[in-house]
Write a new protein. Structure first.
Length: 419
C-alpha cells in the first residue's frame, strides 16, 4: 500500500485550487438514474469514492463515461436495469445507499446492501427507510439487504428525527418522481443538499426550500437529463485553510464559496488567523502563536464534523487549552491516539476532547481508519519536526485528489511512496 512521507516545518505559500465537492458529486451522480437521456457532470473530483459510484451505476446497467473531471451517465431502460447495489461496493462506500431512492422511484424496486456500521460510528439508515415507507414503499430487510418496492411512490409529509444529509438526498430524489406533493421537515441544510435541489430542478422537478429546514417537492412523471458543474468542496477548502494556518503560511485558496465556510472561517479567526476574501478566493495567513479554540460540531451551518479532525491539529499546536465536542458521530476520534503518538496532549471523555496545546510535535509513522482522520495526520506531519509517514493512503484518496502534489506546489516537503 502507498504511503505519504512528509518532512515537517515548511511554511506553505502560494495558490491552491479547490476541487469539486465529493459529497455533492455522489448524490448528483446517483440522481442521473432518475432522468431519461445522458446527463453530463463537470468539475467532478477524481476520487476513489467517485469511481466507486461510477462502478455502482455501471453495475445497475447505466452507461458511464468517466474522463478526467467529466462524468456522463445514461440510465438504463427498465428492461436492462439491474436493481441491486451489492455488498462489495456498499461496504467500500456507504454513500452507495444513495441509489436506493432513485432506483425505487424510477424502476419501482431496489435491493441495496445495508451499509452497517463504519469507522466513525453506527450510522443507521432508519430515517431513509422511514421516509420511503411514508411514500408508500414496502420495505423488507433480509440477508443483509434492504429490499424496497412500490408501483409508484406517493408524495408524503416526512418529519425527519435527525437532519440526515444522505437521508434527505435519498428522499428528495424519490419524491422527484413520486405522485403528488412531498414535504420533508427537519431537512438537512448542507450546501450539497441545496445543490442536489438545483440539479433536480434542472431535470424538470419542482423543488422548493432545498438548503432550508423544509423542502417541498412536487413529483413529476418523468425527468430529463442535465448538464451540471459540481460546486467546490468546502471541506477540502477548509483542510487547505488549516494547512496554511498551522504552517504559519500565506495561501490563496481558490475556487471557494466563502458563504459555505462561515463556521470554519470564524474559528480560524478566533485562533488569530487572518482570513480575507480576495479576488478568486480566500487568503489565509498566519504568523506567531495560535490561540486555542472551542468547537462543537453541528449540522450545517454549524461547524462541520468533517473539519473536526483537522481543527484538532490546530488546537494541538495552539497556546492553551481547547475543548472540542463531536456531536454528530459517536466515534470520530480515531486520529487522537495517532496525534498523541506525535506528542499531542489530548484527553477524550466520550464525545469531548480536551486538547492542551504543546510547543511542538514530532514526526512518526501513523495511520488512520477514515478519510478526515487521515487528512489531520497529513496536517500534523506538515508541522511536526522530522519525518512523518502516513499509512493507509487509500483513505485520503477517497476524498482528496492528489493531495501530495498539490501541497508540494505550496512548498510542503511531501511525497507519495508507491508500495
Ligand atoms: N443517522 C441516523 N439515522 C439515519 C441517518 C443518519 O441515526 O437514518 C445519524 C448518523 O448515524 C449520524 C447522524 O445521523 O450520527 C448524521 O448522519 P448523516 O446521515 O447526516 O451523515 P451521512 O449522510 O451518512 C454525510 C457525509 C459525511 C458527513 C455527514 C455529516 C456524504 C456522502 N457523506 O454522511 O461525510 O460527515 O453527512 O455532515 O455526504 C466525509 O466526507 O468524510 C463524510 C463522512
Amino acid at each position: 500500500m502507498d504511503k505519504i512521507v512528509i518532512r515537517g516545518g515548511a511554511r506553505l505559500t502560494g495558490t491552491i485550487k479547490v476541487a469539486g465537492a465529493k459529497n455533492a458529486a455522489l448524490p448528483i451522480l446517483a440522481s442521473s438514474l432518475l432522468a431519461e437521456g445522458t446527463s453530463t457532470f463537470k468539475n467532478v473530483p477524481k476520487l476513489n469514492d467517485v469511481s466507486t459510484m461510477a462502478k455502482l451505476l455501471a453495475r445497475l446497467g447505466c452507461e458511464v463515461d468517466h474522463a478526467r473531471h467529466t462524468v456522463s451517465v445514461t440510465a438504463p431502460s427498465a428492461k436492462r436495469a439491474h436493481l441491486e447495489a451489492p455488498y462489495d461496493l456498499v461496504k467500500t462506500m456507504r454513500a452507495s445507499v444513495l441509489v436506493l431512492g432513485p432506483l425505487l422511484a424510477r424502476y419501482g424496486r431496489a435491493r441495496v446492501s445495508l451499509p452497517g456500521g463504519c469507522a466513525i460510528g453506527a450510522r443507521p439508515i432508519d430515517q431513509h427507510l422511514k421516509g420511503l415507507e411514508a411514500m408508500g414503499a414496502r420495505v423488507k430487510l433480509s440477508h443483509g439487504y434492504v429490499e424496497c418496492s412500490a408501483k409508484r411512490l406517493k408524495g408524503a409529509r416526512i418529519v425527519l428525527d435527525i437532519p440526515t444529509v444522505t437521508g434527505c438526498e435519498n428522499l428528495m430524489m424519490a419524491a422527484a418522481l413520486a405522485k403528488g406533493h412531498t414535504i420533508i421537515e427537519n431537512a438537512a441544510r448542507e450546501p450539497e443538499v441545496e445543490e442536489l435541489g438545483h440539479v433536480l430542478v434542472k431535470m424538470g422537478a419542482r423543488v422548493e426550500g432545498a438548503g432550508t429546514h423544509i423542502i417541498q417537492i412536487e413529483g413529476s412523471d418523468s425527468l430529463q437529463a442535465v448538464e451540471h458543474a459540481i460546486l467546490p468542496d468546502r471541506i477540502e477548502a477548509g483542510t487547505f485553510m488549516v494547512a496554511a494556518a498551522v504552517t504559519r503560511g500565506d495561501v490563496l485558496v481558490e475556487n471557494t464559496r466563502p458563504e459555505h465556510l462561515d463556521a470554519v472561517i470564524s474559528k480560524l479567526r478566533a485562533a488569530g488567523v487572518s482570513v480575507t476574501s480576495e479576488k478568486g478566493g480566500l487568503r489565509v495567513r498566519h504568523s506567531g502563536a495560535l490561540a486555542p479554540v472551542d468547537i462543537t460540531t453541528q449540522p450545517y451551518p454549524g461547524f462541520p464534523t468533517d473539519m473536526q479532525a483537522q481543527m484538532m491539529v490546530l488546537a494541538t499546536v495552539a497556546g492553551g487549552q481547547s475543548v472540542i465536542k463531536e456531536a454528530i458521530f459517536e466515534n470520530r476520534y480515531m486520529h487522537v491516539p495517532e496525534l498523541v503518538r506525535m506528542g499531542a496532549d489530548i484527553h477524550v471523555d466520550g464525545r469531548v476532547a480536551v486538547v492542551r496545546g504543546v510547543p511542538k510535535i514530532s514526526g512518526a509513522t501513523v495511520m488512520a481508519t477514515d478519510l478526515r482522520a487521515s487528512a489531520s495526520l497529513v496536517l500534523a506531519g506538515l508541522v511536526a519536526s522530522g519525518e512523518t509517514e502516513v499509512l493507509r493512503v487509500y483513505h485520503l484518496d477517497r476524498g482528496y485528489e492528489k493531495i501530495e502534489r498539490r501541497l508540494s506546489k505550496l512548498g510542503a516537503n511531501i511525497k507519495r511512496v508507491k508500495a
